[in-house]
Design a protein around this ligand. Structure first.
Ligand SMILES: Cc1ncc(COP(=O)(O)O)c(C=O)c1O
Length: 404
């Protein structure tokens, strides 16, 4: 007897990134596709020591079912860390540990919206957020960005139009630092405007900040949660980019009411986060490994960003533009308008270079001539070689389109 699937899962599209990961391991392939940290950013010796110590001292707890909200000591350490790095106070009761911040991204539309409701995001936005909106039946409205982040004047206009037609979005989802995929950072002025709009229209904000600590240049801009502690801001953080993504530890900070609802959902989805991973993350913070490791990761990635930027300058055809991120893991490139980067991907793969096409990052799949380039995973010489190959693919595609 055939299975009948739900409308929501029938409507879900596979992520281009997951598909591309299959090619990433082919011999000779240079992949700028996945959003993967470089393995040399993992503090492997420290992690080995921690695992050994945890399994010697706390194994009875670390191998047992955990608390749905997360290990209490870990929540306390996260609270301390947030005060130190972001400068805002979060009571451990206002924190829930999640399986990566992706679990928070999945939970929020589930607890704050009903299928058919509207959520506002930047356009482009993180592909995993689009997936979570899709499987929750959300209608996403994307607001264009420029190098200073989401265009808050356009956001205001959209909110006003929606209000006039009697619609109220459930929340505004933003990635203020070193945006994935765009690499842009939301300016202080626009952060303030965004908070004003949130309060004027009574719409909460979800601030997703996986890359905030990985800054190579420029001044730190205060988080939305710090700028206005009275505003309804739910903050998502993760250990994926500052420890390892394999351990799947993230966290969500919000009012105790929101945290309680996420906890209820998590009871149904996962019972608890992996306890062993929680213990590892706890020790990683307590032993000061995070503080020691992040500057090393910054040095490693800054060099890679610079190599990619200079390679783009050298190899991409005239008329191409790209972002110059002050941190994070991605450069967002725009190529000649005649090119459809989704169609071009097979030609790039033939030349053994991968990227993610821009349309994947638009809630409505629009915008055909962008690509996201990850600069953290590849080795330095591969970055040069890969951008050279990609430059050639784009140039020959431009010639083909012109000749047609
Ligand atoms: C903007 C953004 N949010 C959330 C995530 C999810 O990260 P994780 O679930 O590993 O914490 C990512 C991962 O790349 C991301 O780029």
């Amino acid at each position: 007897m055939p299975y009948t699937f739900s409308n929501l899962i029938e409507g879900a599209r596979p992520s281009e990134i997951r598909e591309l990961l299959k090619y990433a391991s082919q011999p000779g392939m240079i992949s700028f596709g996945g959003g993967m940290p470089n393995p040399s950013s993992f503090a492997i010796e420290d992690i080995k020591q921690i695992v050994n110590d945890v399994l010697t001292v706390s194994w009875k707890y670390a191998l047992q079912y955990g608390n749905t909200g997360g290990l209490p000591e870990l929540r306390e350490e996260i609270s301390r860390m947030l005060m130190e790095t972001e400068g805002f106070a979060a009571d451990p009761q206002e924190i829930i540990v999640t399986s990566g911040s992706q679990q928070g991204l999945y939970a929020l539309p589930k607890i704050l919206a009903n299928p058919g409701d509207i959520i506002i995001s930047e356009a482009p936005t993180y592909i995993g957020a689009i997936s979570s909106f899709n499987v929750n039946g959300i209608r996403t409205i994307g607001i264009p960005m420029d190098e200073f982040g989401i265009k808050t004047d356009l956001l205001e206009k959209t909110l006003e139009d929606l209000k006039r037609s009697g619609k109220k979005p459930r929340y505004i989802y933003v990635i203020p630092n070193f945006h994935n995929p765009a690499g842009y950072t939301l300016s202080l002025e626009r952060r303030k405007h965004l908070l004003e709009l949130s309060s004027k229209y009574g719409i909460p904000i979800v601030e997703d900040n996986p890359y905030g600590e990985i800054r190579f240049s420029g001044e730190k801009v205060p988080s939305l949660k710090k700028l206005d502690p009275t505003a309804e801001v739910t903050y998502l953080g993760t250990f994926s980019k500052v420890m390892t993504p394999g351990l799947r530890i993230g966290y969500l900070v919000s009012s105790t009411e929101v945290v309680r609802k996420v906890n209820l959902l998590k009871q149904a989805v996962a019972l608890a986060t992996d306890t062993l991973s929680e213990y590892i993350a706890l020790e990683y913070l307590k032993r000061g490994i995070m503080k020691k490791q992040v500057p090393k990761t910054i040095t490693l990635y800054r060099k890679k960003r610079d190599i990619m930027l200079s390679s783009l300058e050298e190899c991409f055809p005239e008329g191409s533009t790209w972002s110059r991120p002050d941190g994070g893991m991605f450069i967002w490139a725009e190529v000649d308008k005649s090119i459809d980067t989704t169609a071009m991907i097979t030609k790039a793969l033939e030349k053994k270079v991968a990227y993610v096409s821009g349309s994947s990052f638009f809630p409505d799949g629009s915008k055909r001539n962008n690509m996201r380039l990850n600069f953290t995973f590849s080795e330095d010489d591969q970055i040069k070689e890969g951008i050279m190959r990609l430059g050639e693919v784009i140039s020959s595609e431009m010639k083909l389109v012109k000749a047609a």
